[in-house]
Write a protein that binds this ligand. Sequence first.
Ligand code: PA5
Length: 449
Amino acid sequence: MGQQNIRYNSSLLDTVIDGNELEQYNDAVAASETMLQKKNGPGADFLGWLNLPAEIDQPTISRINETAAAVRNKADILICIGIGGSYLGAKAVIEFLSPSFDALRKPQVVFAGHAINSDYLADLLDLVEDRSVAVNVISKSGTTTEPGIAFRTVREWMEKKYGRKEAASRIIATTDPEKGALRQLAQAEGYTTFPIPADVGGRFSVLTPVGLFPVAVAGIPIEELVAGAVDAMSFCNGTTVETNLSGKYAAIRNILFRRGYTTEMLANFQPHLHFVGEWWKQLAGESEGKNNTGIFPAAVDYTTDLHSLGQWMQEGIRNVFETFMVLESTSRTLSVPEFEDDSDGLNYLAGKSYETINSSAFKGTLLAHIDGGVPCATLSIEDRTPRSLGQLFYFFEKAIALSGYMLRVNPFDQPGVEAYKKNMFALLGKKGFEELGSDLQARTKKLGV
Ligand code: PA5
């Protein structure tokens, strides 16, 4: 049994969900867990993430670390190009574990291809102008528009700056092991490549080279991240809410959803957890939001958002339950200084650490939201370490897979994202979309957009 650095506490829900009701969900936990283990549920071709932490071999880890060390030696900035699952995992790890400000990070890992915007890319090229640059282009399909066009711009810039051959030696492509446009280009240009296992979908890929390589370049020990996920494999396993922490969380989400609490707010009290919330939103939203069902995943950063969405959380429409991610210890501790004049009246806080104050903010918020009719639970994370984060990632992946099965959807596909793509291609005049293109042009004209 591995160590456990994360804890899900649902005792605050005792007045909303009684023990019997939760126990009755054991059948659902068992059925969903069995479908995952036997690989006979919807999307069974995409279960590579389930045992991945225990199956990653040492040669893979070593190759990622060696390539990352070479990049760290050669480059002072890595541009990571990707979107969705090919972006959010690495971003979440780096933001959770690195110093707060870019200027304190060496080497810097910056991201592109997760939006469509000239100003962002132009600023990025200004930023790297006098620096030694490496690029990691990440796309499983190899055909996604946002990273595809960003990579064109960055590749052109790299080839102008370094010449085609040297540029190629600084570009690492993470993509499908065999097929796709990016795989072909990488082969033709001689880029270093990492494979994304065919049976692991984007939002479940943080522990493949998709997440691990950029994270290793940022100087984070990827072995620890993986070890954390291996720990979680033991406490997020089993057929009851008692033995399976992910199963318990999944069951509670579903019970609340069926009671009309259709939105889950994942709240944190640490700026470093912001992108964990973003990663979770993708994991939950893309996995569950289909067939006209699905818990809407929202995330807030407190106390910042207590001064904006806090009002809504306290008194808005009561269709929301809240899961508080609580970081139990920060890496460093500062206390509030004392001033003799006490002109701001804050001397009563002098000598108290920011964490003591933050903890009272958390407890105060939790109790206020319970009093305001929001069902609340907590998810504690021991510290800001890769081990704890690895546990958290696996806990959520497993929970969302189980929860998706409880909602009777395929948690591993995302047919809905094709709708916007089809329309965008048609509006941009892509070959094969001509008829739809004229239709949509007429509609947009009529609507005045
Ligand atoms: O979870 C998913 O599968 C998606 O969000 C993808 O990660 C995202 O669309 C990017 O796809 P790709 O890696 O093929 O460029």
